[in-house]
Design a binder for this molecule. Structure first.
Ligand SMILES: O=C(O)CCC(=O)C(=O)O
Ligand SMILES: [Fe+2]
Length: 341
């Protein structure tokens, strides 16, 4: 069954979480964006399908899986959180489809996985909810962008440029752009840095293991602007513009102990101790290895998706294939910090 917008709102009203979402959105927290464009598959029916025994359906790739049988809006017990965490560590990227979450419900769920970040882009926080970053290309009634339009069209891992990067990121879809044929646009692509490490020849593993890389947000921004000189991004504060952090080139997962490559072409300016050219060539080689096209999990969004990923074991990027009037709106949390080792 397909729903149009009006049917979505009816379904929202039938469902307690949906009703709260509806009230909240019309209550003005949303800086003037309109109602979501509708769930692609049933409303209340899908919520009912989400109640049952949780199960994990793998993408069959090195990363990516769907968790079914969990309705986050109705509250989740500790055993289910443990189940989701284990699945996340195993598959690096998880989607829970057809979720109806108000901002407080999203925040409450995400908190169960660790401490939430107060985000470094205060301009784009969801009003009244500083834990939620608004990712959107929509221009509000006041003529200002609603959110950060481009949170990463280059391969990256969140917080790579910070002393204590966040382990998990979670993104909830409220509006997803479509082409004229109804095909979703703005997919998010994921590549496994753990599988990349496993595929490295032993000689290269041994070479990489003791190395450290310099990473910075300024380097990512330079690369984004090189690719798209018209890019609108708030300028970095002096602190971020000058900050360079040194992290191991191979990261160990704090829970599973799994090793993963922790170098990315845009963020990592150099591998310390190697000549400049060799360092650049090795960084590029590592990224190419991790992002081989047949190893990519490509997430095709639906409204109501709660997507979560483990930054220790994957890279991700947004596909740059949509523009207004195709609207995209998501709410993001990032959480759980530690010094990488
Ligand atoms: O917009 C997206 O799909 C991904 C954005 C991103 O890189 C992030 O939220 O960390
Ligand atoms: Fe990101």
């Amino acid at each position: 069954m397909k729903l149009n917008c009006n049917q979505f709102w009816l379904c929202s009203l039938e469902h307690p979480a949906g009703a709260a979402l509806n009230r909240h959105q019309t209550g003005g927290y949303n800086h003037g964006y309109n109602k979501p464009s509708g769930l692609p598959h049933g409303g209340k029916r899908q919520q009912e399908e989400n109640v049952g025994t949780p199960e994990v359906i793998s993408s069959g790739l090195a990363l990516g899986a769907e968790v079914r049988g969990v309705a986050l809006g109705s509250g989740v017990d500790a055993a289910t959180i443990g189940f989701i965490k284990d699945a996340l560590h195993q598959h690096s990227v998880l989607v829970l489809r057809n979720q109806r979450l108000t901002p407080p419900q999203q925040i409450d769920f995400c908190r169960r996985f660790g401490k939430l970040e107060a985000h470094s882009h205060p301009r784009y926080l969801v009003k009244g909810h500083p834990e939620l970053l608004c990712i959107s290309n929509i221009i509000g009634d006041d003529g200002e962008p609603l959110g950060l339009a481009d949170a990463g069209t280059v391969w990256h891992t969140d917080g790579h440029f910070d002393d204590t990067p966040n382990l998990y990121s979670m993104l909830y879809a409220l509006e997803i752009p479509h082409d004229a044929h109804g095909q979703a646009l703005g997919d998010t692509l994921f590549a496994s840095t753990a599988a990349g490490w496993d595929r490295l020849p032993e000689t290269l593993q041994n070479k990489l293991l003791p190395l450290k890389a310099e990473n910075s947000l300024a380097a990512i921004n330079r690369e984004l602007h090189r690719r798209n000189p018209a890019l609108q991004r708030p300028p970095l504060s002096a602190a971020w513009a000058n900050k360079v952090v040194v992290h191991p080139a191979v990261r160990t997962h704090p829970v599973t102990g799994r090793k993963a490559i922790y170098v990315a072409s845009a963020a990592s300016a150099r591998l310390l101790g190697l000549p400049e050219q060799e360092s650049r060539a090795l960084i590029e080689q590592l990224q190419t290895l991790c992002t081989e096209p047949d190893q990519i999990y490509r997430h095709r969004w639906q409204v109501g998706d709660l997507l979560m990923w483990d930054n220790c074991t994957c890279l991700h990027r947004l596909s740059n294939d949509f523009a207004l009037p195709q609207r995209r709106l998501l709410h993001r949390t990032t959480l759980d910090f530690a010094v990488p080792f």
